[in-house]
Design a binder for this molecule. Structure first.
Ligand code: GUN
Length: 311
């Protein structure tokens, strides 16, 4: 039987509506809106699209939002100075620096320069450390947090389940492993050097792909009845690759023929659909959740700032 699709767009819309209610309540109590600012260095087209979506979503729920744009050749000092300015602005509760940064900048250093209390991305070592140690009061990275909301929405209790995560990034794989562990899953993280990837993946009750490799996960990787979460969002333009990865999705293949490009996940959707119990599509799966959770984190940052004693 074909898997049930997990509709990230709908789940994210509901989540954003709850955030919008929270924003209204915050405004009433604090007399100001929560503030979320996104920093974009350079003109990477994909990053520009993502940043635009984040800013628009923040404005839509009633937040004070903005984009700080810096040129691709901005110096380390330029970026740190701007971060210091917005970091000390009491009207800004949440700050996100869009990744990837141009290669001349030290990503770790820039991430550390975002005050941990405003780090709504959850990338500051203090927040990543809190997650690792199971401590409350930090911020959790938005994409893995969004995956957990989706699983909960579908009534999937991770207790005792085998979860296999393919991908070990700081943004998704590692924090997601911590979140799943905290929900009592038995967690395995795979990566490019894992031997017998398909064999390890077939152990999974819940299989998460976050590698950035289009269609890496095929039917042979999936245990019948597994829940499959596809975090990848990969642009493809090669017709042969499109015919392979969009097999079983005639409408999408037709659209590819017209546009000569498509977005696909890390999972071969058609093959996975036949084996999984639940599956997230790409696009319209995990992607919309990331933005929704970012808004949730920004609202939480605002409440924490409002409640914090001032001197
Ligand atoms: N680039 C890709 N994903 C993310 C994310 O979740 N946050 C930031 N800041 N940059 C990204």
């Amino acid at each position: 039987m074909a898997a049930e699709r997990i509709d990230g767009k709908t789940i994210a819309r509901e989540y954003r509506a709850r955030v919008a209610e929270g924003v209204a309540k915050f405004k009433q109590e604090a007399g100001r809106p929560p503030g979320l600012f996104v920093v974009l260095v350079g003109d990477d087209p994909a990053s520009a699209v993502y940043v635009g979506k984040k800013e628009k979503a923040a404005a839509e729920v009633g937040m004070h939002s903005g984009i700080v744009r810096l040129p691709g050749d901005a110096s380390r000092e330029d970026v740190l100075t701007r971060l210091e300015e917005i970091g000390s602005d009491p009207a800004i509760d949440g700050i996100l620096v869009q990744l990837p940064l141009p290669s001349h900048l030290d990503t770790d250093e820039i991430q550390r320069a975002v005050p941990a209390l405003k780090d709504v991305d959850g990338f500051h070592p203090q927040n990543a450390g809190r997650l690792l140690l199971g401590q409350e009061g930090g911020f959790v990275a938005c994409t893995p947090a969004g995956v957990m909301v989706m699983l909960e929405h579908c009534g999937i209790d991770l207790r005792g389940l085998e979860a296999v995560i393919v991908g070990r990034s700081n943004i998704v794989g590692k924090p997601l492993a911590q979140l799943m562990l905290a929900k009592h899953a038995t967690v395995t993280i795979c990566h490019s050097r894992t031997r017998d990837l398909a064999g390890v993946c077939r152990r999974a009750d819940v299989l998460v792909a976050c590698t950035g490799v289009p269609g890496l996960i095929r039917g042979e990787h999936i245990k019948p009845g597994a829940v499959v979460i596809d975090v990848g969002i990969n642009p493809i333009s090669d017709p042969e690759q499109a015919r392979d990865l969009l097999a079983g999705q005639p409408r999408r293949l037709e659209r590819f023929e017209k546009r000569k490009s498509a977005l696909v996940g890390d999972v071969h959707f058609g093959e996975a659909l036949e084996k999984a119990s639940f599956i997230t599509p790409v696009p319209g799966g995990v992607g919309p959740m990331t933005v929704a959770l970012l808004l949730g984190n920004a609202l939480e940052a605002a409440w924490r700032a409002h409640r914090r004693p001032r001197n």
